[in-house]
Write a protein that binds this ligand. Structure first.
Ligand SMILES: Cc1ncc(C[n+]2csc(CCOP(=O)(O)OP(=O)(O)O)c2C)c(N)n1
Ligand SMILES: [Mg+2]
Length: 700
C-alpha cells in the first residue's frame, strides 16, 4: 500500500499487501575473506557454550556489557580496522556531555544447550577466524575432507556456519538428509506442521543471529513451509530451508508431490537452487550460505532430489563457506553522519532489526547519549534499547500512540539505522517525508524506491561497525554543548508525552472478562527483564505494542510479516535456546488455533512456554475493518469473522500441558505466577469482552 494513512489506520494488524523488499546483492565492499571450511581445523572450533563472547574487533574497546544472544557472528571476522586518524569532529563539537545515565547491563549472553553430540567435530563456527591470525607454529596439514553423502555434506556445511537446530515434519524424500543432520550434530526437532517448523527456525535466527534449518518434504511440505520463508524474508532473518524433491529420473513427469520448488517456494526466498548432480552441490550450498548470511540476511531454499541425497561425494570435496567480511564505514562518512545529527535541533534515530541482528544496542545507546538524540524503534523492534531509558520515544507502527509518528515527522534530521523502512514502520511510506532530511546506515541500503527521496547520506556498513566507529569518534571529540542542552530539554518533553500516551488506564475493570491493558501491565510487572515475549498477529497485539516496556535487547520476537500462528512456535524455539529464561507467547484465539498443535511439541521438548490467549471468539482485527466499512458504528458485515468457543485449557491438558481459564483481572496475576514457575508449558485463556478493539477505546 503506498497511500497515506491516518495514524489511526495503523492501529490494527492487517492482511494488506506486504511492503516491497529488495533482493540482497552480493556484498563486495570488502575483500577480506575467511575460509571457515576447514572442518578439521581444531583452532577454528567454537563450542556452543562459548558463543557468549562477542568477537572484539581489533583495536576496539571491549563492550561494557555483552549483547544478549551475542555469539560468533554469522559472517567472517574483518581485517583490522584502519585506525581512525581524525579524533576530532568538526570545530562546532566543542564540549563532551556526560552520558545522562550509566549504561545498563544487558542480558546475559545466550546459553544454548548443546544439541545432540556431533559424531565428529565439524564445527567451524559462524565468523570463525581461520585465516586472520597467524598461528605461532605451523598448523598441522588438515586432513582431506572425507567422502560423504550429499545429505551429510549439506548438513556439515550448515553446521559449519552455525546451524544447531533443524525443525521438520519428516518425509520419505529426505531420509538421507535427516541422517546427515543428526550425524553432523544438528538437533532435529519434529513439529506438527511445517508452518510451525519454519516459524521456529525463523524465530531462532531472529533471536540468536544464528541460522536454523526448516526441512520439509516435496511440494506439500514446501507449501506449508512457505509462510515462514516469507516471514524470514520480511524480517531479514537468516534461515536454511531444505526440501526433499522427487528422484531425478522422475522430474518433469508431474510425479508424486512434484513441483518446481526452486521457482515457486524459492521465489519467496533470497536465493533458491536445485542441484541436479553431486558435482553441483558444493557451489549450490556455498551460494546459499552466502545469500543467507552476507549483506542483508534472509531465507534460502535448497531443493534436494531424494536420490541425490544418498550419492557420495568424493574424498576431498571441501565445504564452501567463504564469505566476505561485512562492509565497514569510511571515517569521512561517519563524520558526515555525526555532523548531520549533531547540528540538528530535533534529530531522531530510527533503529531497526539491523541493530538487534548486529548485537549492538549498547553502542546505539552510547551514541544516543553522547549526542542526546532520542531513539524510535521500528515496528516490532521495540526491544532495540530499554524502553525505560529517557531517550527512548516508542515503537513505530501498529499500536503506537500518535506522538510517535508526530515525532518522526517533526525530525529535522532522521538517522535510520538497520531498518528497511517497511510499510508499517514508515506509516505507509510517508516517513521520511518528501523534503525531510534523512541519513541511512545499513549493511544493504535501500535502493531507489518509488516515492522515497534519496537520503542526504548513505553509509553502507554493518550497524555495529558504524556505531562503534561513531562512538569512538565522539568520545574523542568535543561536542557543541549548547546544541546538546537544547535537545535535552525537548527530549524530556517528548519523553513525557510518550509516557503519558502509553500509560495504562488504571481504573478498576469489573469485566466482563479481563482488561487487555491491565493484562499487559501485569505481564510487565511479573516478568523478569530478560523474559522473551513472542507475539502473534491480531488486535490483542495493540495493547502489547502500546503498553509493554521492553528492557533488554533480544527479548521480543515479532514477525514483521504479521503472520498469524507465529507466537507459539516462536516461543518454543526461544525456550529451547534459553531454558533458563521465562518465555511467553501472546496470541489471539484465531492465531493461536493455527499452530496450537505445537503445544505437544513444547511438552515433548520440555519447552516451558507460557501461552497467553486473548480470546474474543472472533477474528477481531478483520471484524474491526468490517465495522469501519460499515460506517464505524459497529454495524459492518460479519462475514467469516465470528468464531465458536474453544476450550483451549482442555486442549492444553490433553497434550500434557497446563491450562487455566482467566475470566477476571484479579485472576490473571496468580495464574501467571503459577505458570511462570510450572514445570510444563501452560496456556492461559483470557476471556475478553468482544467490544475491545483498540487501546484508545474502552467499552462502556
Ligand atoms: C496467516 C494469516 N492469515 C490471515 C491474516 C489476516 N488477519 C490478520 S489479524 C486476523 C485476525 C486475528 O484474530 P485473532 O488471532 O483472534 O486476534 P484478534 O484480532 O481477535 O485479537 C486475521 C485473520 C494474517 N495476518 N495471517
Ligand atoms: Mg480473536
Amino acid at each position: 500500500m503506498t497511500t497515506e494513512r491516518d495514524a489511526d489506520d495503523l492501529t490494527s494488524e492487517t492482511d494488506g499487501p506486504g511492503s516491497a523488499t529488495e533482493m540482497p546483492t552480493d556484498s563486495t565492499a570488502s575483500d577480506a575473506q575467511v575460509d571457515a571450511t576447514q572442518v578439521d581445523e581444531p583452532t577454528s572450533e567454537v563450542q556452543p557454550d562459548a558463543i557468549g563472547a562477542e568477537p572484539n574487533e581489533p583495536g576496539e574497546p571491549i563492550a561494557a556489557a555483552a549483547e544478549p544472544d551475542a555469539e560468533a557472528e554469522p559472517v567472517a571476522e574483518v581485517k583490522p580496522d584502519v585506525p581512525e586518524s581524525e579524533p576530532n569532529a568538526e570545530a562546532k563539537l566543542d564540549a563532551v556531555p556526560a552520558p545522562s545515565e550509566p549504561l545498563e547491563a544487558e542480558a546475559e549472553p545466550e546459553t544454548e544447550p548443546p544439541p545432540a553430540e556431533p559424531a565428529e567435530a565439524p564445527d567451524a563456527p559462524p565468523g570463525a577466524e581461520s585465516s586472520v591470525a597467524a598461528p605461532a607454529e605451523p598448523a598441522p596439514e588438515p586432513l582431506p575432507a572425507p567422502a560423504r553423502t550429499v545429505g551429510r555434506f549439506v548438513a556439515d556445511a550448515l553446521r559449519a556456519v552455525g546451524v544447531r537446530y533443524a525443525f521438520t515434519v519428516p518425509g520419505e524424500s529426505f531420509l538421507g538428509l535427516l541422517e546427515g543432520l543428526d550425524a553432523a550434530g544438528i538437533r532435529v526437532v519434529a513439529t506438527r506442521h511445517e508452518g510451525a517448523a519454519a516459524f521456529m527456525a525463523e524465530a531462532h535466527g531472529q533471536l540468536t543471529g544464528r541460522p536454523a534449518a526448516a526441512v520439509g518434504t516435496r511440494a506439500v511440505g514446501a507449501a506449508n513451509l512457505a509462510i515462514g520463508i516469507h516471514t524470514a524474508r520480511q524480517d531479514s532473518t537468516p534461515m536454511f530451508v531444505l526440501v526433499g524433491q522427487v528422484e531425478r529420473a522422475l522430474l518433469g513427469r508431474e510425479a508424486f508431490q512434484e513441483a518446481d520448488q526452486a521457482a515457486t517456494f524459492g521465489g519467496l526466498a533470497a536465493f533458491a537452487a536445485e542441484p541436479r548432480s553431486a558435482a553441483e552441490v558444493p557451489a549450490a550450498v556455498g551460494d546459499a550460505i552466502r545469500a543467507a548470511l552476507v549483506g542483508r540476511p534472509g531465507p534460502v531454499l535448497l531443493s534436494l532430489p531424494e536420490d541425490l541425497l544418498d550419492e557420495v561425494l568424493p574424498e576431498g570435496t571441501e565445504l564452501d563457506t567463504v564469505r566476505p567480511a561485512p562492509p565497514r564505514p569510511e571515517p569521512d562518512d561517519v563524520r558526515a553522519v555525526l555532523q548531520f545529527v549533531a547540528t540538528a535541533r530535533r534529530p531522531v534515530i530510527l533503529a531497526g532489526g539491523g541493530v538487534l541482528r548486529a548485537r549492538t544496542s549498547t553502542d546505539l545507546l552510547k551514541l544516543a547519549e553522547l549526542l542526546d538524540v532520542p531513539v524510535i524503534a521500528g515496528w516490532r523492534r521495540g526491544d532495540v534499547i530499554s524502553n525505560d531509558h529517557p531517550l527512548y520515544l516508542g515503537m513505530a507502527g501498529y499500536g503506537a500512540p500518535r506522538v510517535v509518528r508526530e515525532r518522526l515527522e517533526a525530525a529535522d534530521a532522521l538517522l535510520v539505522i538497520g531498518s528497511r523502512l517497511s510499510e508499517i514502520t514508515s506509516y505507509g511510506y510517508v516517513v521520511p517525508a518528501g523534503g525531510q532530511r534523512w541519513a541511512q546506515v545499513d549493511i544493504e541500503p535501500i535502493a531507489a524506491r518509488p516515492g522515497l527521496e534519496p537520503p542526504a547520506f548513505t553509509v553502507r556498513a554493518d550497524a555495529r561497525a558504524f556505531l562503534r566507529a561513531a562512538v569512538s569518534r565522539l568520545e574523542a571529540a568535543v561536542i557543541d554543548a549548547a546544541g546538546v542542552d537544547a535537545r535535552r530539554a525537548v527530549n524530556a518533553e517528548d519523553r513525557a508525552a510518550w509516557e503519558a500516551a502509553t500509560a495504562v488506564d488504571e481504573a478498576a475493570w469489573d469485566g466482563p472478562g479481563v482488561h487487555p491493558g491491565h493484562a499487559i501491565a501485569t505481564l510487565r510487572r511479573l516478568l523478569p527483564d530478560d523474559a522473551i515475549v513472542a507475539t502473534d498477529a491480531g488486535n490483542f497485539g495493540l495493547w502489547l505494542a502500546r503498553h509493554f516496556r521492553f528492557r533488554k535487547p533480544g527479548t521480543f520476537l515479532g514477525p514483521t510479516s504479521g503472520a498469524m500462528g507465529y507466537g507459539l512456535p516462536a516461543a518454543i524455539a526461544a525456550a529451547l535456546v534459553h531454558r533458563d529464561r521465562a518465555v511467553v507467547a501472546v496470541a489471539g484465539d484465531g492465531g493461536f488455533a493455527m499452530t496450537m498443535a505445537e503445544l505437544e511439541t513444547a511438552v515433548r521438548e520440555k519447552a516451558r512456554v507460557v501461552a497467553i490467549v486473548f480470546d474474543n471468539e472472533r477474528y477481531g482485527t478483520i471484524r474491526m475493518h468490517q465495522d469501519r466499512r460499515g460506517g464505524g458504528d459497529g454495524a459492518g458485515s460479519s462475514i467469516a469473522t465470528d468464531l465458536g468457543p474453544v476450550d483451549f485449557t482442555a486442549i492444553a491438558r490433553a497434550v500434557g500441558a497446563r491450562g487455566t481459564r482467566v475470566e477476571t483481572d484479579a485472576a490473571f496475576e496468580p495464574a501467571l505466577r503459577q505458570a511462570l514457575v510450572a514445570d510444563r508449558p501452560t496456556v492461559l485463556q483470557l476471556v475478553l469482552d468482544r467490544r475491545w478493539v483498540s487501546p484508545d477505546l474502552t467499552p462502556s
